[in-house]
Design a protein around this ligand. Structure first.
Ligand SMILES: NC(=O)c1ccc[n+]([C@@H]2O[C@H](COP(=O)([O-])OP(=O)(O)OC[C@H]3O[C@@H](n4cnc5c(N)ncnc54)[C@H](OP(=O)(O)O)[C@@H]3O)[C@@H](O)[C@H]2O)c1
Length: 311
């Protein structure tokens, strides 16, 4: 694949996108990349103050950007419902839903609805959001959903018998489970969209290892300042830039050749850096049986009747 980059993003004039976690890291650059090409971006942020700071930062380099910060806490289904209702009231279409926000390897916490936080935010919150906005995606021709996963899906298994980690919480395996869920959700949603013949492309991406605040959040929550600093040093030595890390997401969201149900990530050293290319999920971790089971579980945990919303 050629070195696909920001200059290759086709015009997004007239399009509307939602980017979750748009105030920081990859979400910030994804938002900026889309806005530069004329896309109106709804920056879905849990902290609107941080969202507005990020919006003002983007406006400095893209003065004509059309941005709108809206509140979304993926750790609270009531907030997801309120966001979807507010979005549907304000907008008539949705071209791109970019499920980017996430938390990594944090100490055990629960969401407002009693789900383990990493699974709750990284997967269930996005599952609910997509289910609630499906009607908007369906009526927008050529719309796309992009889920942001990770190479850490390799660490994951879906613990159907202990989904909220009541026994023996492991922060890295819980992260791996949530990121594997992003891939399984992509596959099952893509299969259902294909079966219905809806004009929606469902794609999954991962950024490799990109310099962001993701690595700091867990140690910060534990009050381990030394590990926060160590994370920053590791980022400065090993990670690629956040700007590069956002490219697979932007490719999945905008490249005409990005394929339905495909996975995109960096094509360089160890899949951790470089320009976007097509990659494969760990084949031992994905199957039709597991993706269907996760879908049913996600519907019952969130109470969002996704399957009926697709009818
Ligand atoms: N950086 C990497 O190397 C890497 C590698 C693989 C995958 N990823 C994935 O990339 C995505 C983006 O991460 P990043 O690296 O850009 O990290 P980041 O800089 O920490 O950004 C994460 C974003 O998610 C938001 N968020 C966290 N909890 C939320 C909640 N309950 N509701 C709404 N938003 C919430 C954060 O908001 P606040 O600012 O308010 O906390 C922030 O905007 C994640 O899904 C992550 O798993 C990253």
């Amino acid at each position: 694949m050629v070195k696909w980059s920001y200059k290759d993003i086709p015009s997004q004039q007239g399009r509307v996108a939602i980017v979750t976690g748009a105030n920081s890291g990859l979400g910030f650059y994804t938002t900026r990349g889309l806005a530069e090409k004329g896309c109106e971006v709804v920056m879905a942020c849990r902290n609107t103050g941080k969202g507005e700071e990020a919006m003002n930062e983007i406006l400095k380099s893209v003065p004509g950007a059309v941005l709108n910060v809206m509140q979304l806490d993926l750790a609270d289904l009531a907030s997801v419902q309120a966001f979807a209702a507010a979005f549907s009231k304000k907008y008539r279409k949705l071209d791109l839903l970019i499920n980017n926000a996430g938390l990594m390897a944090i100490p055990k916490r629960m969401t407002a609805d009693g789900f383990e936080m990493q699974f709750g935010v990284n997967h269930l919150g996005h599952f609910a959001l997509t289910g609630l906005l499906y009607g908007m995606l369906k009526k927008t021709s050529g719309s796309r959903v992009v889920n942001v996963s990770s190479a850490a899906h390799n660490l994951g298994e879906i613990r159907f018998d202990d989904i909220n980690w009541e026994k023996g919480y492991n922060k890295w395996k819980a992260y791996g489970m949530s990121k594997l869920s992003n891939i399984l959700f992509t596959h099952e949603l893509a299969d259902r969209v294909s079966a219905k013949g809806d004009d929606i492309r469902v794609v999954v991406a991962h950024p490799g290892y990109a310099d962001s605040k993701l690595i700091e959040k867990g140690p910060e929550m534990n009050g381990r300042n030394f590990m926060v600093k160590a994370g920053r040093i590791a980022n400065s030595l090993v990670a690629q830039s956040t700007e590069m890390g956002a490219l697979p997401t932007l490719y999945a969201a905008t490249a005409p050749e990005a394929e339905h149900r495909a996975f995109y990530g960096p094509g360089g050293f160890g899949g951790m850096r470089g320009y976007p290319t097509r990659v494969n999920p760990n084949r031992k971790k994905v199957s039709k049986e597991v993706q269907e089971k996760l879908w049913a579980l996600s519907e019952s945990m969130t109470g969002i009747p996704f399957s009926s919303n697709m009818a």
